[in-house]
Write a protein that binds this ligand. Structure first.
Ligand SMILES: [Zn+2]
Length: 241
């Protein structure tokens, strides 16, 4: 047990060591997901999951409070009561947004794990290393991270496979023929001159991500469990996350 202080009070946290297991209905379904700014994610079938309105509203309020705090801040002097009032409101709003985000990340991750047997996503740790001070961007980075953490947790609980692949070239490569199609950030559509494929940019990336996951899995299985007995093989795959 530990006591933690949050902007709205004190909490007692309990850490429980419990091996949670849930029954998973395997249906041979698989998906690759591309985490983005416009949509929360796009899957390899072209479906999108957007950020809900309540989150956008909370984030707008967060931004406006942030502006008010920096406006009221006076350098080198004792801060006014109004400043402290706004600063407290900002801290509470940060807490509210992070709780809403956490809740959404958990629900989205569980839904994805329940309806798939294999999920591939881009490992954004590499992208996160690039430090940025843009609020909207840092919020999404944090929520992507939370989402992938929950994804890994639920995959373990439900016994499905989740693979993280390195993020190189997933946007550039044509998911149909593999040729490189350069794009600017504003370029929302993937148009391949070689094979004629026209796809939404994120949908194309999600397809590449799924294929990358399979390649990684194949390499891994061939190198590690290819030499063991078939019984040991199946139990090893099921336990992988
Ligand atoms: Zn192509």
């Amino acid at each position: 047990v530990r006591a933690v202080r949050r902007a709205d009070g004190y909490y007692a946290q309990f850490l429980v060591d419990w091996d949670r297991k849930e029954e998973h209905e395997f249906q041979g379904k698989m998906t690759g997901i591309d985490l983005g700014l416009k949509e929360f994610y796009t899957d390899s079938d072209g479906n999108t999951v957007d950020n809900p309105r309540y989150l956008k509203k909370s984030e707008r309020r967060l931004k406006s409070l942030q502006r008010r705090v920096s406006k009221k801040h006076v350098r080198g002097k004792k801060q006014s009561n109004r400043y402290h009032k706004v600063r407290k409101a900002l801290a509470k709003q940060h807490l509210k947004v992070s709780r809403q985000r956490e809740d959404k990340a958990r629900k989205d991750a569980l839904a994805l794990v329940k309806s798939n047997d294999l999920i591939v996503y881009e490992d954004l740790k590499i992208r996160n290393m690039v430090k940025n001070h843009h609020l909207a961007k840092s919020i999404s980075d944090a929520s992507w991270y939370q989402f992938t953490q929950w994804l890994q947790y639920f995959a373990k609980v439900h016994g499905v496979i989740v693979i993280a692949v390195p993020p190189h070239n997933t946007t550039v490569d044509c998911s149909c023929c593999g040729v490189k199609v350069k794009k600017t950030l504003s370029n929302r559509t993937h148009k391949c001159n070689k094979c004629g494929t026209v796809l939404d940019r994120d949908h194309n990336a999600a397809k590449n991500i799924l294929v990358k996951g399979f390649k990684l899995l194949a390499e891994y299985l061939n190198s590690t469990v290819g030499h063991t007995e078939s019984g040991a093989k199946s139990s090893f795959i099921a336990g992988r996350n």
